[in-house]
Design a protein around this ligand. Structure first.
Ligand code: PMM
Length: 299
């Protein structure tokens, strides 16, 4: 357990685990595909997430669900840019979820504050130089390859050690490429080249991951398959993605308690409450319990 979440140069500081709300401007994301595939609706949804307690809003235009094909660059730009611009104009701290340097550059120019690359800079060789040149914060996620066949890469002898080592390697490449170390955020990439057992192993060791990697930690468990497995009924069938928000909030509480810098979620309200409860609990730690007979009794 740690309350040291670290901080990221170039971003606001929060006195608790931050909440990143998700706006997928896609027709096919596993969790909310199609719902925000219209610029006006997507901007309105991002603003609603802020009202519900989001500190940042992550805008993505390409689904990364297992098996998903890539969208072309022009289409990704068409989906993402007006939404990034619209939310940034309203003062929202916007993150752009992209594996493409051109989309990252255009989004930063349109007002995005950080780049969230699920490939950690591995998918596009121009990504690290582009983010370095812009001086932007950068999320480096654990990634073993594109979504189309990532499930074939879900093999681990020691999940946590391998994810930590591979993530450190991606961060080193980013830093060697010119991105300042104090602008890097790491993410274990739940569900990416991982089966439910791997995701659970990672969630059970968030404290160790936080301790072994010196960069602020982002945890993105929202609505993912491993939660479906954990919630499956007697016949083994998981609830649909949109019925996994309470489970997501449970992971948000665990993550905040283990020192995560932020959680990335689709439904913000419950996770915003969870991280605030954890902050309150942490605030009570070290406050001496006077105990009965010492003026400490209360109803
Ligand atoms: N997962 C998804 C998309 N973007 N970004 C980061 N940093 N970490 C993740 O685990 C992650 C991500 C897939 O979920 P979604 O498309 O339903 O939002």
């Amino acid at each position: 357990m740690t309350t040291d979440r670290g901080s990221v140069a170039g971003l606001p500081e929060w006195d608790r685990c931050a909440v990143m709300g998700v706006v997928n401007v896609t027709p096919d994301s596993f969790s909310d595909g199609g719902r925000w595939f219209d610029t006006e609706k997507a901007i309105k949804h991002g603003l609603d997430l802020v009202t519900h307690g989001a500190d940042l809003v992550d805008v993505g235009g390409e689904s990364t669900r297992p098996g998903a094909p890539r969208v072309d660059e022009d289409e990704e730009l068409r989906r993402v840019l007006p939404v990034v611009r619209g939310l940034a104009a309203e003062g929202v701290v916007v993150s752009v979820d992209t594996m493409r340097a051109a989309v990252a550059e255009a989004s930063l120019a349109a007002g995005a504050a950080l780049v969230n690359d699920v490939s950690g800079g591995r998918a596009d060789p121009r990504m690290v130089p582009a983010v370095a040149a812009a001086g932007a914060p950068f999320v480096v996620m654990h990634w073993r390859g594109q979504s189309v066949d990532m499930n074939d890469r879900a093999e681990y002898a020691d999940t946590v050690t391998e994810v930590v080592d591979e993530l450190r390697e991606s961060v080193e490449r980013a830093v060697e490429g010119g991105i300042a170390g104090d602008r890097i955020i790491v993410d274990p990439g739940l569900g990416f080249a991982k089966q439910a057992e791997h995701d659970l192993a990672l969630v059970s060791r968030l404290g160790r991951i936080r301790a072994e990697l010196e960069w602020p930690l982002l945890v993105a468990a929202s609505r993912k398959r491993f939660l479906g497995h954990a919630l499956a009924g007697p016949d083994g069938s998981p609830p649909p993605a949109r019925e996994r928000d309470a489970a997501t909030a449970a992971v948000s509480a665990l993550s905040a308690r283990e020192g995560a810098w932020a959680v990335r979620v689709h439904e913000v309200r419950a996770s915003a409450d969870a991280v605030r409860v954890v902050r309150a609990v942490e605030g009570a730690e070290g406050v001496e319990d006077a105990g009965p007979g010492q003026g400490g009794r209360s109803a």
